[in-house]
Design a protein around this ligand. Structure first.
Ligand SMILES: [Zn+2]
Length: 145
């Protein structure tokens, strides 16, 4: 299973103490999933949230900062080119328009995302017979908070 996680500091919704948490993005059954969880050491409250599809902006930003950014470039032409927007739509559960613009980026200068995201899209494209390459475009940054 491909997975990335970032440690965060959250505020407990029950007692307002500071608690440790995790933001996670993973691939399960060829679909993207994200999770946000925290557990409070003071009162024991555990919060777990998550869904399928594209991760919320804060989850994505933390993963990009902690693990770096990757760029996927897909083979642009030929009879299988329709597989490119389909891969983005399947991976992220986004609209046709959003999948189309991501596919255009992937067939042009490249589409950037977290490693989990590009690995999933590459895997879906591979399954559809479309060649795609992935490179690291930004090293992980040490976050300041
Ligand atoms: Zn608490």
């Amino acid at each position: 299973m491909t997975e990335q996680a970032s440690r965060i500091t959250a505020t407990c919704g029950t007692c307002a103490a500071e608690c440790d948490g995790w933001l996670v993005q993973l691939i399960r059954d060829r679909r993207l999933h994200w999770e946000r969880e925290s557990s409070c050491a003071s009162c024991g409250t555990t919060v777990c949230d998550g869904d399928r599809g594209a991760a919320p902006a804060d989850v994505r930003a933390a993963l990009l900062a902690d693990h770096g950014e990757y760029r996927l470039t897909a083979e642009g032409t030929g009879p299988r080119s329709g597989a490119v927007p389909k891969a983005f739509r399947d991976a992220f559960e986004v609209s046709l328009a959003e999948a189309g613009s991501a596919a255009n980026a992937a067939r042009g200068a490249g589409w950037c995302g977290t490693r989990v995201e590009v690995v999933l899209v590459q895997r879906l494209l591979d399954g559809a017979g479309v060649a795609a390459s992935v490179i690291e475009v930004r090293e992980p940054q040490r976050r300041t908070r």
